[in-house]
Design a protein around this ligand. Structure first.
Ligand SMILES: [Zn+2]
Length: 550
């Protein structure tokens, strides 16, 4: 590095004069920094695998890839903004991987982009400041401080091409000689590529962009079950409230055998408990559209799910009045064509949706339902709760619901004792137990007007620090049961059971239930007739007593 000064300077001024260096050297320095300072998680995992012999070949591979990434836009005035952007992405990736044990992939990025401002606020903390000062502010300031050496266009181009070509050549040589070992470890431990910074976030962005472009060119809206109609118009109209759960894992419910009594109220109700069922995804952004669309875990496609008739559209077409009430970050396009209640601060809790206690979902609901009575129409209501959404679990229960203390009251989960995290989470389960009990109580009050039922199902579970993993959203193939196994419950009034001729003992014996069963089963609960019905996914019809024979 050579310091060039154009005019004679005093001692202090010379001390502060900006070092002048070649652009290609700046790229290489940043690539080395990215490889060594921002890949602490990857390095730790490689060492944990006992792969000392692989450490240097993998580091060399990552370094060369990073040189090429840095070189990509290291042309003229673009270089500094580009390198600082890379540093910013790297710093963010490493921070969230370290804090929450997450992996950076397309699913996590979708999750992050569909997050609302309250959820973002829940992830931010002052404790981030020293980290970002060290890993972003300091290196970015150094980059700004360095002065690229002025070269003729030809010389600059020559340096650029030489650096890039040498890197490519070394990369090819490395891959040719080390292919077997790379392929072996990356095939066996697929998660490693989601830990390589900043390749992981660039990769995730590219595949997200790809699917968004595909979405932009999506075929026209497609109709599903266009022939849907209701069989029965006799008797009282049916009313089902579906409580769409958030972040509740099946094994933390007392009624599912959890040693703590987190569901005292549900335990006293005559409910049909399906135990732990398989969720479609490990994040709201996948599970919610998957649950309501006719697509399944095996063939789920975001573009198609959001551009087709979903369960709510089909119910509405069959003459069911549909209402979505929201206390979550949004309905992921599922409620686009149905009536939706948003909570502004004008409610007993003085809160905006997305940060209210879930009880707000029942506010004024009885009147909303009775308003529809003159139309003698069946009603389907979705209450999209906040459930146990993290990391600020302690905010998900009211003081009277806090049975387990002390609670972790920080959003930096790895700084809390694990038991305190679990305490706060379990208190959120208690809040859900109360919400479900109060929903059933409300339905009981409406029994003279409607045949009533409740359906509860959570969207995905949550990791609470097992093996250093927190939150949710891991790729499905590697996600622990804590994230994929969720509770599902049903409750029916006597009138509903009778009107449908439903054998609830039969329903209780149903095995292998998953989110895939929701679409066709809810249609059956309203006796919707359509040729699109898939009997193999319907868990209701096999449990109907034959009303008319002969
Ligand atoms: Zn969720």
């Amino acid at each position: 590095m050579q310091v060039i000064t154009s005019t004679p300077l005093s001692g202090t001024a010379r001390y502060f004069s900006r070092p002048v260096t070649y652009r290609w050297l700046i790229s290489i320095a940043v690539a080395a920094l990215l490889t060594l300072a921002f890949n602490q998680i990857l390095l730790r995992h490689i060492l944990l695998l006992g792969s000392w012999a692989l450490l240097w070949p993998l580091l060399a591979l990552l370094f060369l890839i990073n040189v090429l990434l840095c070189q990509l836009l290291s042309i003229g005035a673009l270089q500094k903004p580009w390198l600082i952007t890379l540093l910013g992405m790297a710093a963010g990736s490493q921070y969230f991987m370290q804090q929450y044990g997450v992996l950076i992939d397309k699913g996590m990025l979708v999750n992050a982009l569909e997050t609302d401002s309250h959820e973002v606020a829940g992830l931010l903390s002052y404790a981030m400041l020293p980290y970002f000062a060290l890993y972003l502010l300091l290196p970015a300031s150094l980059i700004i401080w360095l002065k690229p050496r002025q070269l003729s266009f030809g010389r600059g181009l020559q340096h650029y091409i030489t650096t890039s070509l040498v890197s490519v050549a070394l990369l090819v040589l490395l891959v040719l000689t080390q292919y077997q070992s790379y392929a072996g470890i990356l095939r066996e431990h697929r998660y490693l590529k989601h830990q390589a910074v900043p390749l992981n976030i660039l990769n995730a962005s590219a595949s997200l962009l790809q699917s968004k472009t595909a979405q932009g060119m999506a075929p026209n809206f497609s109709y599903y079950a266009a022939d849907a109609s209701r069989v029965s118009h006799q008797g009282k109209p049916k009313l089902i409230i579906m409580v769409l759960g958030e972040t509740i894992r099946a094994d933390h419910l007392g009624i599912n055998g959890y040693p703590r009594d987190t569901t005292p109220r549900l335990a006293r109700r005559d409910i049909i408990n399906f135990g732990a069922i398989d969720a479609c995804g490990t994040a709201t952004a996948v599970s919610v559209p998957c649950m309501f669309s006719y697509l399944n875990h095996s063939n789920y496609d975001e573009t198609l799910a959001k551009n087709s008739d979903n369960l709510l559209d089909v119910l509405q077409r069959a003459g069911v009045k549909v209402l979505w009430r929201n206390n979550n970050s949004g309905c992921k396009s599922m409620c686009d064509r149905v009536e939706t209640d948003h909570f502004t601060a004008d409610n007993p809790y003085n809160c905006a949706e997305g940060q209210c206690p879930d009880r707000v979902l029942l506010h004024n609901l009885k009147q909303r339902i009775l308003d529809s009575k003159p139309y003698h129409q069946p009603v389907f209501i979705v209450l999209h709760q906040l459930g146990a959404h993290g990391p600020e679990y302690f905010k998900r229960s009211l003081p009277a619901q806090k049975a387990f203390l002390p609670e972790c009251s920080s959003n930096l989960l790895n700084q809390c004792e694990r038991q305190h995290i679990v305490n706060a989470y379990d208190n959120a389960v208690i809040a859900t137990d109360e919400l479900l009990d109060e929903t059933i109580a409300l339905l009981e009050q409406l029994n003279s007007e409607f045949d009533t039922a409740m359906l509860y199902v959570s969207d995905h579970g949550e990791s609470l620090g097992e093996n250093g993993v927190y939150l949710h959203g891991l790729p499905y193939w590697m996600a622990p049961a804590a994230q994929t196994r969720v509770p599902m419950l049903m409750w029916f009034s006597d009138g509903y059971k009778k009107a449908l001729a439903l054998n609830t003992d039969c329903l209780k014996r149903t095995e292998k239930v998953s989110h895939d069963n929701l679409f066709d089963s809810v249609l059956s609960l309203y006796e919707v007739k359509t040729n699109a019905k898939r009997p193999e996914l319907d868990i209701i019809t096999p449990c109907l007593l034959h009303k008319a024979r002969g």
